[in-house]
Ligand binder design. Structure first.
Ligand code: A2P
Length: 337
C-alpha cells in the first residue's frame, strides 16, 4: 500500500481553508491524520472530512509535531508567525498568503507552469495570488511558443476573494437595496452591489494597488522571466465566485489566434471555450466550482503587429487558491514517495 501522510490545514474555518478540505477529499489525497487548525475563536467547532467530524484546534507553534504537509490559508501575519514552526517540525508548508511569495529562495508555484520548483524537503512553497495563477496557466504555452514581452491585464474579481464576510456583504446589500433600505457598507470602501471598485488591496506609492503589483512581480517569478513588462488594473465586481480577466499580450514572434487556440486546447489545466458564432465564451458562472482555467475570446490584437487578446476565467477559491495548493501538495508527496 502506498504511504499515507499527516496533513494540517491552517486556517481551516476560512473560505479557502474550507475549500482545501473539500479538495483533499475530492482528490482522495492519501491522508493518515488530518489536523484542522484555526484561531482560539474556533475551538469547539467541527468540520467534516469524508463524512467524519473533526474538531478544530487552536493553532500554536506546537501544532505541527508529526505533520508532513501543512496547507496554510490564515493570512500573511499568521503564516509569518506559524509557518517557520511547521517547517521546524519537519513539514512542507504550502502557503496561500502573500507572506513569502517574493522571497527569492521560496518557490512560487503553479503546477502546470513551473512544477520543477517544487521541493519535498521541509520548507515553504508559496501559492501565488489568485489572479496571477489563472493568467499564467493560460499564458505559459504562449510564452513557450512565441515569448511574451508585454502583458496588459484588467481583472474582474469576485467578492469571495476577500473572504466569507464579503460574500455576505454583497448578499446583504442586494437584499437591503431590493427592500428599499440603505445598504450596509463594512468590508469595502463603497457599495459593491451593482458597482465596480477599481481598488483591490492598498494603494502603493506608484498609484498602482498591491494586488496589481502582485500580478507584475509574481508573473515574472513564475514564468522565470524578469524582462516581461506587465501592467494591471484590478477591479472588484459584484460576482460571488470566479475571477475574469481581459489579457492583452505582445509577443516577440508572431503567433496567430488560431495557433493560440490549438496550443491552449492541448495545455494542461486549460479548457478553451471559444465559439463566438455560437455565443460560447467563459463566464464566472461557468467556472465556479471547477478546477480548470477557461479561456475564450481569443483574437489577434488589431492595435499591434504581434499581439493576442484573451478572456480568462477561473474559480478564484479553487484553482486560484485551494486546488492549486493541493496540486502542489500532490507533487510534494510524489517527490517524497
Ligand atoms: P478563525 O475562523 O478562528 O478566525 P478568511 O480568509 O475566510 O477570513 O479565513 C481566515 C482563516 O484564518 C480562518 O480559518 C481563521 O480562523 C484563521 N486565522 C485568522 N487569524 C488566525 C490566527 N491568529 N491564528 C490561527 N488562525 C487564524
Amino acid at each position: 500500500m502506498s504511504r499515507l501522510w499527516n496533513v494540517a490545514v491552517a486556517g481551516a474555518t476560512g473560505a479557502v481553508g474550507n475549500q482545501m478540505i473539500q479538495c483533499l477529499e475530492e482528490r482522495n489525497f492519501p491522508i493518515k491524520n488530518l489536523k484542522l487548525l484555526a484561531s482560539a475563536r474556533s475551538v469547539g467547532k467541527t468540520l467534516n472530512f469524508k463524512g467524519t467530524p473533526y474538531a478544530v484546534e487552536e493553532m500554536t507553534e506546537q501544532s505541527f509535531a508529526g505533520v508532513d504537509i501543512a496547507l496554510f490559508s490564515a493570512g500573511a501575519s499568521t503564516s509569518l508567525k506559524f509557518a517557520p514552526a511547521a517547517v521546524q517540525a519537519g513539514a512542507v508548508v504550502v502557503d496561500n498568503s502573500s507572506a513569502y511569495r517574493m522571497e527569492p529562495h521560496i518557490p512560487l508555484v503553479v503546477p502546470e507552469v513551473n512544477p520543477h520548483q517544487i521541493v519535498s524537503t521541509p520548507g515553504i512553497i508559496a501559492n501565488p495570488n489568485c489572479s496571477t495563477i489563472q493568467m499564467v496557466v493560460a499564458l505559459k504555452p504562449i510564452h513557450d511558443r512565441a515569448r511574451i514581452t508585454r502583458i496588459v491585464v484588467s481583472t474582474y474579481q469576485a467578492v469571495s476573494g476577500t473572504g466569507q464576510k464579503a460574500v455576505m456583504e454583497l448578499q446583504g446589500q442586494i437584499k437591503d437595496l431590493l427592500a428599499g433600505k440603505e445598504p450596509e457598507i463594512k468590508v469595502y470602501p463603497y457599495q459593491i452591489a451593482y458597482n465596480c471598485l477599481p481598488h483591490i488591496d492598498v494603494f502603493l506609492d506608484n498609484d498602482y494597488t498591491k494586488e496589481e503589483m502582485k500580478m507584475v512581480h509574481e508573473t515574472r517569478k513564475i514564468l522565470e522571466d524578469d524582462s516581461i513588462r506587465v501592467a494591471a488594473t484590478t477591479v472588484r465586481v459584484p460576482v460571488y465566485y470566479g475571477h475574469s480577466e481581459a489579457v492583452h499580450v505582445e509577443t516577440e514572434s508572431k503567433i496567430t489566434a488560431r495557433e493560440v487556440r490549438d496550443l491552449l486546447r492541448e495545455a494542461p489545466g486549460v479548457v478553451v471555450v471559444d465559439d463566438v458564432a455560437a455565443k460560447q465564451y467563459p463566464m464566472p458562472l461557468m467556472a465556479a466550482g471547477k478546477d480548470e482555467v477557461f479561456v475564450g475570446r481569443i483574437r489577434e490584437d488589431i492595435s499591434t503587429d504581434k499581439g493576442i487578446v484573451l478572456w480568462v476565467v477561473a474559480d478564484n477559491i479553487r484553482k486560484g487558491a485551494a486546488t492549486n495548493a493541493v496540486q502542489i501538495a500532490e507533487k510534494v508527496i510524489e517527490l517524497k514517495s
